[in-house]
Write a protein that binds this ligand. Structure first.
Ligand code: ATP
Length: 592
């Protein structure tokens, strides 16, 4: 397929305002795409050059792109800069410059999507001395041979600003429709995606091997599995009732979730975060331990990495654990404040997937193949059959400075990529407040009045994620809890992802001063969840109600943006409805 055609589809996607239309356009695009192009087309449409865990970042700086545009069109760099100041979008600037250039299309030949993709890939992976000039040259050559519309998308892509707004679920639905004519096969595609975290691979398997290929999809070492997530309930009784009277109860550590893949024969280890980013270099002590302390040819185990002081038996705060996120001084930090991995699950062993096995069997296997007294420990665990036992354990954990507990259904398989009641968390509760914080997606912002006008920032419009409809539904406006520094940061960060109109996957009645691409997540505490006609969260979810849910007295608790969650990992509409029900029950209980 010619890249010009892909660019035409991107242009159409940009103009639409509903998710259904988006699916139709994507379905058409995928139908036209050849088998050997589908993988790259999917990556490209989601703004990537490889699955996210591969960490291939194109990350071209604006200055560099400006230079490439100038070179490609024989223009002065200053002119390009001036135009950028006016358009605020280098993609548009590139489009205009290419349209006006006298050097139009050095070569008249048109290029295929795979050629464009490969060049962009090469630009991204070129490194070392002289790489900056080489990158400019490659990008300039590509632009010189582009049409104006192609140039718009090439430049936006290279800057990491493609932003077509198609989420994973939307891509999977369009793939299902393109290949089977129905949307129902999406569920199977999702299962395959949950165990490989690679949309491109899932699309390619479907196109090349048909539905059978997707049904036979298997866990592969070094492809991260999307993590199982926990539901929440406020009392031990309710947890035990859900788990048929018996549950494993583990400590909930406040560290970093780590999925460790190990291949002993080739001495290879990779570590992935909750968001499936590669964190291997951040944890040298866990890499070493995985090779020494896991007694298996190959395995995937999961646990929480946390700084722990052996001598005092104290856990260090989360903030100290994540200092590792900075790339510098990892070696020193690993000496000074070594991390432990508190392992809680095994997902794969010696070529065999363990996802379908019961929790009890998985835990036994984990304890069999790991020694458990070195850098890798086991998460603390008891079996509880009575609410009192669970409560006592919970109190002990809280006293030890831990976050709370995670109860696990002894009979349940590992449910990749989903929040289910096979894991239930219970956290420290705060009197007079919602018992848990929520993670919300920023969909818009306000410019503010009075003193805030000075910062150009007066608050956020925030949303929850509706998994069923793949939409972001607003739940609150947040106006308090920001430090001056925070306000400046939000203004600067959000300005870059401003959108002229409401993004297609946002559902909202209220209108902020500026819409933004749903991308960033913040943690929010509130006093309670109320019903409100102003917000769309949970509207029509149960019966025909015209009102949605809203937060009362919301305030930001995260120190800015929560880096470890993407928009689709925000609190879901379903969770809000559950929390609303729990809150009502607790209130009735208190009054009685
Ligand atoms: P939270 O902010 O409460 O950690 P979350 O959305 O990141 O929520 P959940 O799935 O709701 O994640 O809660 C489980 C999280 O708790 C896991 O992602 C993991 O990082 C952490 N955790 C700590 N100890 C355990 C444990 N023993 N078993 C499972 N998860 C644990």
């Amino acid at each position: 397929m010619l890249f010009q055609e892909t660019a035409d589809y991107y242009n159409r996607l940009e103009g639409i305002s509903s998710r259904l239309e988006m699916i139709d356009v994507l379905t058409e695009l995928f139908k036209k795409t050849k088998k050997n192009e589908i993988r790259n087309t999917i990556y490209m449409t989601t703004g990537l050059l490889a699955p996210p865990f591969a960490g291939v970042d194109i990350g071209i700086a604006e200055k560099l792109a400006e230079e490439a545009i100038a070179t490609a069109t024989g223009s002065e760099k200053q002119k390009v800069e001036e135009s950028f100041k006016k358009t605020g979008d280098l993609g548009k600037t590139a489009e205009q410059f290419i349209a006006n250039t006298k050097l139009r299309r050095m070569s008249k030949e048109k290029f295929e999507i795979n050629e464009v993709f490969e060049t962009l890939h090469k630009i991204a992976t070129t490194s070392g001395e002289g790489s900056k000039d080489a990158k400019i040259k490659m990008l300039a050559n590509l632009l010189a041979a582009s049409s104006p519309l192609e140039a718009r998308y090439i430049v936006r892509f290279a800057l990491g600003q493609l932003r077509l707004g198609a989420g994973d679920a939307t891509i999977l639905e369009a793939l299902s429709k393109a290949e089977t004519g129905e949307r129902t096969f999406k569920a199977r595609l999702e299962e395959a995606y949950n165990i490989c975290s690679d949309l491109g691979l899932v699309g390619e398997t479907l196109m090349k091997e048909g539905t059978k290929g997707v049904e036979d999809f298997r866990v592969t070492l070094f492809n991260p599995i999307r993590p199982a997530l926990a539901e929440r309930l406020p009392t031990a009784e309710e947890i035990l009732e859900r788990m048929h009277g018996k549950a494993a109860v583990e400590s909930k550590y406040d560290g970093l979730r780590a999925q460790v893949h190990v291949d002993k024969k080739n001495k290879k280890v990779e570590i992935f975060s909750r968001r499936l980013e590669r964190l291997t270099e951040m944890f040298p002590e866990i890499v070493n331990a995985a090779l020494k302390e896991i007694n298996a040819q190959s395995a995937i185990i999961e646990g929480e990495a946390i700084a722990y002081d052996e001598a005092t038996k104290q856990f260090h705060p989360f903030q100290e654990t994540i200092q590792r996120k900075r790339k510098h001084g990892v070696e020193e930090k690993s000496q000074e404040l070594p991390l432990h991995l508190f392992a809680f699950d095994i997902l794969y062993l010696n070529g065999e997937s363990y996802l379908k096995k019961r929790y009890e069997e998985r835990r036994k296997t984990l304890e069999r193949i790991v020694k458990g007294d070195g850098t890798i420990r086991f998460s603390d665990m008891i079996i509880a059959t009575k609410p009192k036992e669970m409560e006592r354990y919970f109190e002990e954990m809280v006293e030890d400075g831990l976050e709370g507990i995670v109860a696990k259904d002894l009979d349940a398989p590992y449910i990749a990529g989903a929040r289910k009641f096979s894991w239930i968390k219970m956290k420290r509760s705060y009197k007079g407040e919602l018992s848990d914080t929520v993670d919300l997606v920023i969909v818009g912002y306000y410019v503010g009045k009075g003193i805030r006008a000075e910062f150009g920032f007066g608050g956020l419009l925030a949303a929850v994620y509706n998994e069923k409809t793949d939409m972001y539904e607003t739940i609150t406006r947040i106006g308090t809890g920001f430090s001056e520094e925070n306000m400046k940061m939000f203004k600067k960060t959000l300005e870059k992802i401003k959108s002229g109109k409401k993004p297609a996957r946002v559902s909202s009645i209220v209108e902020p001063d500026y819409w933004v691409e749903p991308k960033y997540v913040v943690t929010v505490r509130a006093d309670e969840i109320t019903k409100s006609p102003m917000h769309t969260a949970g509207r029509h979810a149960e019966g025909e109600e015209e009102v949605g849910y809203a937060l009362r007295f919301p305030r930001i608790v995260s120190n800015g943006i929560r880096e470890d969650k993407s928009a689709d990992e925000a609190t879901t509409t379903k969770e809000i409805i559950e929390m609303f029900k729990q809150q009502r029950k607790t209130k009735v209980g208190e009054e009685a």
